[in-house]
Design a protein around this ligand. Structure first.
Ligand code: SF4
Length: 320
């Protein structure tokens, strides 16, 4: 069953080319990300892009910076050339070209072209700056598809953010697959059903809201599904706390209570408590649940993506 969840083909991700070790930075260097090139590369097919190289700035090249001029943000190179139009046009072109062909994007942090947030933004041509900028290329990618999972290289070093990003990527890829196969009311309900506990972990309120949204499927399924996935992706966009995981684990525990001996129930409860108190990783209670699931099969629990949000081999839950 679990293997059925994992896409048969590699998931495609857009990525800033320098993160793969390509020597495309202004100084001819790169920003190779070990997580992207080592851990993740077996599971994804990358679409590497370097917008600054693509618009013909060359390598090496003068650095560029974002400047705020009244209500306009422009990108200028150290030689004084305005490259705003070229970067924005390239961003728009790639956003359309990649639409529904990728399931996420990993951007290089702090870049005036690729940065997702907190990019240095200068006040006019002065030396004064804030960290309020967004890369001109990444901004176009994110504006075109606001529900596309996106993350930056630096943030991927944080175990919680990394796990959350990969969870979003696989969930979004699953959704894209459902849509590509042809959405029906039944498939929409089935999708929601598979994500019950994952959604509950992120937000009980969101799980209920989404359930209510699906309570009447007599209207326009297309627009309803669009509302659904926007809210779904928004709901799972933040990492899950230990407390929220504990709540879900206790719900799942309930499925097995009639099968387990008193000693097994106590052991199960202790493992969950030890996880809650930070003495065990999330993987410990999840492994126990999978073990009990193998012994006492339950179709509804078995199909929960919460238990298998992405390939086990990524080892992301050891660190949670
Ligand atoms: S951050 Fe973006 S523009 Fe800069 S080198 Fe990397 S891919 Fe190219």
């Amino acid at each position: 069953m679990y293997r059925d969840f994992i896409p048969k083909t590699k998931i495609r991700l857009g990525i800033s080319a320098c993160l793969l070790g390509e020597p495309v930075r202004f100084d001819g260097g790169h920003k190779r990300s070990a997580f992207c090139t080592d851990a993740l590369s077996d599971f994804v097919e990358y679409v590497p892009l370097c917008p600054e190289a693509a618009i013909g700035l060359g390598v090496p090249r003068p650095t560029i910076r974002l400047e705020q001029h009244d209500d306009q943000i422009i990108a200028t190179s150290a030689k004084g050339n305005d490259v705003t139009e070229a970067l924005v046009a390239y961003g728009k072109e790639q956003a359309v070209a990649l639409d529904q062909k990728i399931s996420g994007y990993i951007f290089c942090a702090k870049s005036p072209s690729c940065g997702m947030e907190r990019v240095k933004l200068y006040q006019g041509d002065s030396k004064m700056s804030t960290s309020d900028g967004i890369g001109l290329f990444s901004n176009e990618i994110m504006q075109h598809n606001p529900i596309l999972p996106v993350e930056e290289n630096g943030r991927l070093n944080d175990a919680l953010l990394r796990e959350n990003f990969i969870t979003r990527v696989y969930a979004y890829s699953h959704w894209q697959h459902v849509i590509a196969e042809g959405l029906t009311a039944g498939k929409l309900i089935e999708f929601h059903s598979q994500y019950k506990y994952l959604l509950m972990a992120h937000s009980l309120a969101a799980y209920k809201t989404l359930g209510q949204l699906l309570s009447d499927l007599s209207g326009d399924l297309q627009s309803l599904s669009e509302c659904y996935i926007v809210e779904f992706m928004r709901s799972i966009s933040k990492p899950v706390s230990r407390k929220a995981h504990t709540n879900v684990l206790q719900h799942l525990q309930g499925y097995f209570k009639n099968h387990l001996t008193s000693a097994q129930r106590q052991e199960f409860a202790k493992v969950i408590t030890d996880y809650r108190n930070g003495h065990l990783p999330l993987l410990a209670p999840l492994t126990l649940i999978r073990h009990f699931l193998a012994a006492y099969p339950d179709e509804y629990v078995a199909k929960q993506r919460y238990l298998h949000p992405y390939p086990d081999e990524l080892n992301l839950r050891y660190a949670l």
